[in-house]
Write a protein that binds this ligand. Sequence first.
Ligand code: TXA
Ligand code: MG
Length: 315
Amino acid sequence: MQTTLTDSAEEAANILNAGGVVAFPTETVYGLGAGICHPEAIKELFRAKGRPVDNPLIVHIHCIEQIADVAGDINKDASALIERFFPGPLTLVLKKNPCVPDTVTAGLDTVGVRCPANPVAHEFLAHCTCPVAAPSANLSGLPSATSWETVYEDLDGKIDCLLRGKPSSIGLESTIVDCSGAIPVLLRAGAITLEQLLAVIPKISVDTPKDDQEPPRSPGLKYPHYAPRASIVLCHANEKISAQHSSAYIGLSEPPAGFALLKICRNLEEYGRELFSFFRRCDSEGIDLIYCELPSNTGIGRAIRDRLLRASGRH
Ligand code: TXA
Ligand code: MG
């Protein structure tokens, strides 16, 4: 299959409207979209990514009014979160409307809904004639793509179109909050922090992975994620570490000399933005071991910790 590369949101939307699978930029990570009214395209999307079919997709919309097309039963907490954080890096799990196909939600009676703030994403979605189901635009299991070049590496020849935009400004996938029950549940940490959520709603419970027998609240979280080929070694700010042959380091504090690749981030935002592209760079440069500093569990540090723990196989 020939993948069309374009800078035109309208051209990309036309390809999606004709039943194509289209990668597009968002502020969190790049997405791989198919219209929810195009069942063949949804199937093709799962195939292109190599994604298990029991892992539901997030539905992307271009304006708040469009929520009513895909979800219902929006309670007070959900309304407050929508008002404060849409458009932006937040996904809400809501009761789904019957028009959303089971292939999108993996048979669940809920649907994840997100309205991205990135202007190119907005323009693209506004030209799409139906809401757009989209997982992250990477091969299943690999770190999410935060630049169009990375999407190209993973998916050239497997998808119909790649809409090029800037590198993702956040670099970590959206915060996911399940608002389909009585008390909201934080399913995945992201750039909208727990502290920010609690400033808007009175109560939220945090979904922590429990024993293996219990099905996870968010089906995708049971799969290995974000893993580079290199092994991840987690370390703390003051821990004594020493560089080994073909090892790399990413973190906030300065490590000892000798790492083949090094990224010292000025703050947590930069750490989040750079993490996945650093993993990808390590793999392309033949690094075997990546030392990653574990930040504290506050603010966006919670999301970075979560991705690091998953990448190292600890979750
Ligand atoms: O930032 C993001 O969220 C990006 C951009 C493209 O929007 N998308 C993304 O999609 O990260 P994906 O498919 O890589 O991760 C979506 C996660 C999966 O873990 C999936 O299981 C969960 O959201 N999810 C989707 N629908 C759900 C639902 N109805 N209930 C619970 N979890 C759901
Ligand atoms: Mg993903």
